[in-house]
Design a protein around this ligand. Structure first.
Ligand code: GLC
Ligand code: CA
Length: 514
């Protein structure tokens, strides 16, 4: 595993909403370069950039029409390569978003694939043999083309599924993963990866990584699939990093991914903590972390104890945390995020406590996700410093709240969320036990939440993290007392007069060296 991942803290940039450098109302690559110092100043040393490739933008760029071109609205391949340089100059790394599962219907491969005449691309996508047969268990697009067949889709109906074969083919048109056409699709994606790695990116966050080979209930065919990619990278680009949107680290790490995401859907219980009626991190104290801790611990064991599971503060697909938690509660949530193993991911603006903007009309296939995709709030100048365009020209409106947070006012005021984020990333960088590969062991899974982080060697540091989001005071075993490395909230843990217990004050968190 590349060394830099040991202490990576990622920042996710949604390019259309980060910084507009040329006043057309849409964020762009030059804008990102202008604001790299903000990212660095947070203590983030790595970036995940959402898709920035040619696209009709029916799914905000997750519908790629040319993997090797940068969408004009963002800039050019040269500018993206320049961004890589500027990132590296600051001792940071950057992952692009690889969307290998499907393309846009406008992709040249798909246009050729739709032709009635057989050609090199006829089997690049999953097609049934006849328009009257639709692929079982999947959506499809059909009736638009001269070709007699239905094409399987992955997400929206305009996202035809690339053909990597079926683990257990059941119909004549379903191919084995090692049939020539699925192998050719693989090679085409490797070629895309080569293209960007040669330009200087450090690797990829891989979209829908666990479901490329179809009908693969135990995941073994997808694991084998990615092992082949890892072998290719080890041969040609040994330092290239892969992080998966898979949500099953036992499988994705076996496939050669360095880390896997906790997902906001599926069985992880991630949202029990941040996004539900009674989130664990709410001061109401009615939530529960039990199911989360249970599944996390199982997953953790599944990683062979390496714990390389990335926990995001949010992303472009889910409601902003701020919709459920206020900035004080978010300080405790960030204490958790930034003291867990794996690499934490901060979604742009979450470090300020940016709001989910209610009531927006869907933009580029965002639907309910649109409110989490509004422009970054930099300062109090027009359009919050995001763009010089007229407000109605902006990609999405700025959060209209009069008290919206900005990077500038968070920097100038005391006790802000952004300041805590910086303190926490600094703390993390000073203690190996708190970094990616430090071990974790949960002591409790209720209020207060307590876990131990330890270095992976005998005489290494032992650190306790205790977080009490609730309004109640608790007492803990005195063995958890030690020197306070970090504390936030309404009080600092302290021993009772008789020194028999450690008092955990309400709405507070602490990181303690044992
Ligand atoms: C992933 C992306 C999401 C996109 C979907 C289809 O889940 O994060 O934004 O819509 O894949 O590509
Ligand atoms: Ca622009």
């Amino acid at each position: 595993m590349p060394k830099w991942l040991d202490n990576a803290v990622f920042y996710e940039i949604y390019p259309q909403s980060f910084m507009d450098s040329n006043g057309d109302g849409i964020g762009d690559i030059r804008g990102i370069v202008q604001r790299l110092d903000h990212v660095r100043s947070l203590g983030c040393n790595a970036i995940w950039l959402n898709p920035c490739f040619d696209s009709p933008f029916l799914d905000a760029g997750y519908d790629v029409s040319d993997y090797k071109r940068v969408a004009e609205r963002y800039g050019s391949v040269e500018e993206l390569a320049y961004l890589f340089e500027e990132v590296h100059r600051r001792d940071m790394h950057i992952l692009l978003d690889l969307v290998p599962g499907h393309t846009s219907m406008e992709h040249e491969w798909f246009l050729k694939s739709c032709s009635a005449e057989r050609n090199e691309y006829s089997d690049r996508y999953i097609w049934t043999d006849s328009i009257w047969e639709s692929p079982e268990g999947m959506g499809c697009v059909r009736g638009f083309f001269e070709r007699d067949g239905s094409c399987a889709v992955n997400f929206f109906t305009h996202q035809p599924a690339l053909n990597y074969g079926f683990a257990h083919p059941e119909r004549p048109w379903q191919m084995k993963p090692d049939a020539p056409a699925p192998l050719a699709t693989r090679e085409a994606i490797k070629d895309v990866m080569r293209f960007w790695l040669d330009k200087g990116c450090d690797g990829f966050r891989v979209d829908m990584a666990g479901s490329l080979v179809k009908n693969d209930p135990d995941g073994s065919a997808n694991i084998a699939f990615w092992q082949d990619f890892r072998a290719f990278l080890d041969r040609e680009y040994p330092d290239a990093v892969l992080i998966s949107e898979w949500g099953e680290p036992d499988k994705s790490l076996a496939g050669g991914f360095h880390m896997d995401f906790l997902l906001h859907f599926g069985p992880s219980h991630y949202n029990d903590l941040f996004r539900c009626e009674e989130p664990f991190f709410s001061r109401r104290g009615k939530g529960t972390a039990e199911a989360f801790v249970r599944t996390y611990t199982e997953n953790y064991a599944g990683t062979g104890g390496s714990g390389l599971i990335c926990i995001p503060s949010g992303n472009h697909d889910m409601d902003r945390m701020r919709r459920f938690l206020d900035p004080e509660e978010m300080k405790l949530a960030f204490t958790f995020l930034l003291t867990m193993p794996g690499a934490p991911f901060i979604y742009y603006g979450d470090e300020l406590g940016m709001r989910y903007v209610e009531g927006l009309t869907s933009k580029e296939g965002g639907y309910g996700r649109t409110g989490s995709r509004t422009p970054m709030q930099w300062d109090d100048s027009p359009n919050a410093g995001f763009s010089t365009a007229a407000p109605e020209k902006l990609y999405l409106p700025i959060d209209p709240s009069p008290d919206r947070p900005t990077a500038e006012n968070q920097l100038l005021s005391r006790d802000t969320l952004m300041r805590e984020v910086k303190r926490l990333t600094a703390l993390r960088s000073e203690h190996k036990a708190l970094q990616s590969r430090g071990k974790v062991k949960f002591v409790t899974s209720g209020y207060p939440l307590v876990y131990l982080r330890t270095e992976d060697r005998e005489d290494g540091e032992r650190i306790a993290v205790m977080i009490n989001p609730s309004e109640r005071t608790y007492s803990l075993p005195k063995q958890l007392n030690g020197s306070v490395l970090y504390s936030v909230g309404k009080g600092v843990p302290h021993l009772t007069h008789d020194e028999q217990k450690l008092v955990m004050p309400p709405e507070s968190a602490a990181v303690i060296l044992l």
